[in-house]
Design a protein around this ligand. Structure first.
Ligand SMILES: NC(=O)c1ccc[n+]([C@@H]2O[C@H](COP(=O)([O-])OP(=O)(O)OC[C@H]3O[C@@H](n4cnc5c(N)ncnc54)[C@H](OP(=O)(O)O)[C@@H]3O)[C@@H](O)[C@H]2O)c1
Length: 326
């Protein structure tokens, strides 16, 4: 039997220095990140989760599987930046890319996938209906078709309403159109993003299929137990965006101390926390070394520091928070 080896953390051999003053010579860190794993061992790109849409009678419809770890491509706006980052991520072993129409880079995600020559069904693509486009049934269908065209793909794995449509009157027709996209096979799963508990509750009145996912900001500084519970109560998974609080918190001294004790990097601790909480986790990086570093977080055992990580909670919103809107 041929064993393939995938080096994790190969950038260390270049002598490049890491963020946050972490020393390349730190042996524990080096050992953790340089470990080689066989591809045919436990899936080294992370867990594959099942997602589904709960119906009124409590059954589950349109089940699909999602890699629990992926690359976010928000704020990759320089021409070619998203394409290069997706190529680096695919080479590192990522199998899930999270984009959105609002990021204006769906076409680069599509280009990178074609260029990498990977089979479409070995990848999971999430994209989102832009909030400003979520204004009615027909608009939603048109924008789904446009995303398929930009991504140059026959189907989207997960299509999300980016945020609750600003006009509450639009929420039901937009969701009915999302369900149509699902029934047509244009998308394999549908979900929402930035929906608060009240938005989710209201969906019970108009949804045939409840969302498979609610993508919200989630990280050690914003742990959202009530929103997580409300999301799981409708049968959806939490998808953690901004697991690094948009990079605002990677230099947090308390996180740094925890990371040092664990022999990991601060970013890895934050990412692994979201992941171990059961969230689909999609850190963004345009930096090839960090793309590898972030994937290697799946190897880090944070259990001995879980109380210290939980204590980082401070209700910190790094970007926007439509979950609290009416
Ligand atoms: N649905 C929504 O409303 C919504 C909102 C925000 C985000 N998202 C999704 O979630 C994804 C992730 O969230 P995010 O982009 O807001 O922020 P994030 O993943 O929390 O943080 C990204 C920032 O951290 C830096 N970074 C990444 N890895 C690092 C590492 N190992 N060490 C130090 N710094 C590191 C990145 O810089 P470099 O690129 O230079 O490495 C970037 O500045 C997005 O890309 C997007 O797909 C969705």
């Amino acid at each position: 039997m041929i064993h393939h080896f995938k080096p994790v953390g190969v950038w260390f051999t270049t002598g490049r220095s890491m963020s946050n003053g972490y020393d390349l010579q730190d042996w524990t860190l080096r050992k953790n990140l340089m470990r080689k794993r066989r591809i045919d061992e436990a899936p080294w790109h992370g867990t594959i989760m099942q997602i589904a849409h709960t119906t009124a009678d409590g059954s589950q419809a349109y089940t699909h599987t999602v890699p629990q770890f992926g690359l976010g491509v928000f704020l990759m706006s320089e021409p070619g930046e998203c394409r290069a980052s997706v190529l680096a991520a695919l080479a590192a072993g990522y199998t899930h890319i999270d984009t959105a129409r609002a990021y204006a880079n769906e076409h680069e995600v599509g280009q990178a996938i074609k260029e990498a020559g990977v089979e479409r069904d070995s990848l999971f693509i999430t994209t989102k209906l832009r909030r400003g486009h979520a204004v009615g049934y027909e608009d939603t269908l048109e924008h789904c078709k446009k995303s398929l065209e930009l991504l140059d793909t026959h189907y989207i794995d997960l299509y999300l309403v980016h945020a609750p449509p600003e006009d509450p009157e639009h929420r039901a027709p937009v969701w009915k159109a999302m369900e149509h996209c699902l029934e047509q096979g244009w998308v394999k799963a549908i979900g929402v993003s930035n929906y608060g508990a009240a938005h989710l509750e209201a969906m019970k009145d108009y949804a045939t299929y409840l969302p498979a996912v609610n993508q919200v900001e989630f990280n050690p500084w914003l742990q959202r137990p009530h929103l997580k519970q409300a999301t799981e109560a409708i049968g959806a998974k939490v998808m953690a965006y901004s697991p690094l609080a948009r990079g605002h918190k990677v230099d947090d001294p308390e996180l740094g101390a925890i990371a040092k004790r664990l022999g990991a990097t601060p970013a890895q601790v934050a990412i692994k926390f979201c992941y171990d909480e059961g969230c689909i986790t999609i850190p963004k990086s345009s930096n090839p070394a960090r793309i590898v570093e972030n994937l290697a977080s799946l190897e880090v055992d944070i259990s001995s520091e879980i109380n210290a990580i939980r204590a980082l909670e401070c209700d910190y919103i790094s970007g926007w928070d439509p979950t609290t809107e009416p």
